[in-house]
Ligand binder design. Structure first.
Ligand code: NAD
Ligand code: WQD
Length: 341
């Protein structure tokens, strides 16, 4: 295949990274993946090849390993970076804050150092709606306050955002995209790629699909006494393929010497836990056994995005709705009962 540019994709074997690699290839960008496989599997590279006919170049390395990373930049003429690599389990981050600070912030520091050495100016960073903490209002806008967060995972995202903002202020030649994802779900329509959590899923959709496939007995719905339309929490669930496309649009924007840009990537629609479960049941004609359980510590009642800025500046608009998400998540789980393993 002939590509117009090489893009380093850290964490490219993971859930969002792998889907983004597909869209990069389809849009003429060559992904060079680096991943230490702590939460992923190289089988995903074969799946990418089955879908787009090209197997991305891959290096198994930890982004904190400066020499190994430097070697990749020496070998390839990298023009841009998408930085997905990171640990993301909120509960684990409370148990092991040092691991999260070291991995997430450490990898970003090393990456920025090596980028500087090789004069690479474009970077997109995977941030999260979690940086808004318990939002003062919904929908949430990009200039709403960030930083009042309550777990080490979220703290690492906030600190990295501040670091990147300082960098953009200091060096006007840098082009930096901070993307705040809301709740990514769904999977590629082929059923060849999807979310592959290790152990008991922390997130709602993989838990639902594991109940559907019989790996878990029932879904615990955490809290039905919130001040929402049915008492369960409201989130903004975005299809991972829409999210992936958002990265390509942002990359195109960085190529116009955008400087720093920050976008919410969501659907702008709030969905309750029960609405999501109902949509899953209807889309797939499956009953999900569920029980109401106490609220989960740290959960907020409502979190959904205003995405007007991403629409105005990069033309980002979601194509998939919640039913598409439920259909594609189930299609992936059904075809891969044990994920990539
Ligand atoms: P994921 O765990 O599937 O992917 C992350 C990848 O990074 C994995 O393949 C893992 O092996 C790799 N990795 C982790 N630390 C590494 C290191 N030090 N060196 C090299 N590779 C390393 O997670 P995901 O859902 O695809 O998330 C991607 C990014 O998006 C993460 O930074 C996450 O914090 C962020 N994010 C995710 C969500 C979500 O709900 N999935 C929401 C908001 C933000
Ligand atoms: C969604 C809703 C749960 C599981 C987390 C991180 C956030 C971001 C996305 C990375 C909540 C309820 C869940 C279950 C349930 N990740 N639920 N039973 O909490 O919005 O965000 O993932 O940045 O940082 O905090 O997503 O999927 O965990 O939960 O009732 O077994 O589903 O209480 O209301 P959340 P989630």
């Amino acid at each position: 295949m002939i590509f117009k540019e090489k893009v380093l994709v850290t964490g490219g074997c993971g859930y969002i990274g792998s889907h983004t690699c597909l869209y990069l290839i389809e849009n003429g960008y060559e992904p060079i993946i680096v991943d230490n496989l702590c939460n992923s599997n190289t089988e995903v590279l074969n799946r990418i090849k089955s879908i787009v006919g090209y197997k991305p170049i891959f290096y198994e390395l930890d982004v904190r390993d400066e020499n190994a990373l430097d070697e990749v930049f020496c070998t390839h003429d990298i023009k841009s970076v998408i930085h997905f690599a990171g640990l993301k389990a909120v509960g684990e981050s409370v148990e092991k804050p040092d691991l999260y600070y070291n991995n997430n912030i450490g990898s970003t520091n090393t990456l920025l150092k090596v980028m500087k050495k090789h004069n690479v100016k474009n970077i997109i960073f995977s941030s999260s709606a979690t940086v808004y903490g318990n939002p003062k209002r919904v929908p949430i806008y990009e200039n709403d306050p960030i930083g009042e967060v309550t777990n080490p995972y979220a703290e690492t995202k906030v600190k990295i955002e501040f670091l990147l903002q300082d960098l953009a202020n200091h060096d006007k030649t840098m082009n930096i995209g901070i993307l705040r994802y809301f709740n990514p779900i769904g999977a590629h329509k082929s059923g060849l790629m999807g979310e592959n959590p290790k152990g008991i899923p922390n997130n709602l959709m993989p838990y639902v699909t594991q109940v559907a496939i019989g790996l878990r007995d029932h879904l615990n719905v955490f809290g039905n006494d919130y001040d929402t339309r049915d008492g369960t929490c409201i989130r903004d669930y975005i299809h991972v393929c829409d999210l992936a496309r958002g990265h390509v649009l942002t990359l195109n924007k960085l190529h116009q010497n955008s400087g720093l840009v920050i976008y919410n990537l969501g659907t702008s629609i709030g969905t309750t836990v029960l609405e999501l479960v109902n949509a899953f049941e209807k889309a797939n004609n499956i009953i999900i056994k569920k029980e109401f359980a106490p609220r989960r510590a740290g959960d907020i009642a409502e979190c959904y995005a205003n995405c007007d800025k991403a629409y105005k500046e990069i033309g980002f608009k979601t194509e998939f709705n919640i039913v598409d998400c439920c259909r594609d998540s189930w299609n992936w789980q059904k075809k891969n009962p044990n994920g990539f393993n």
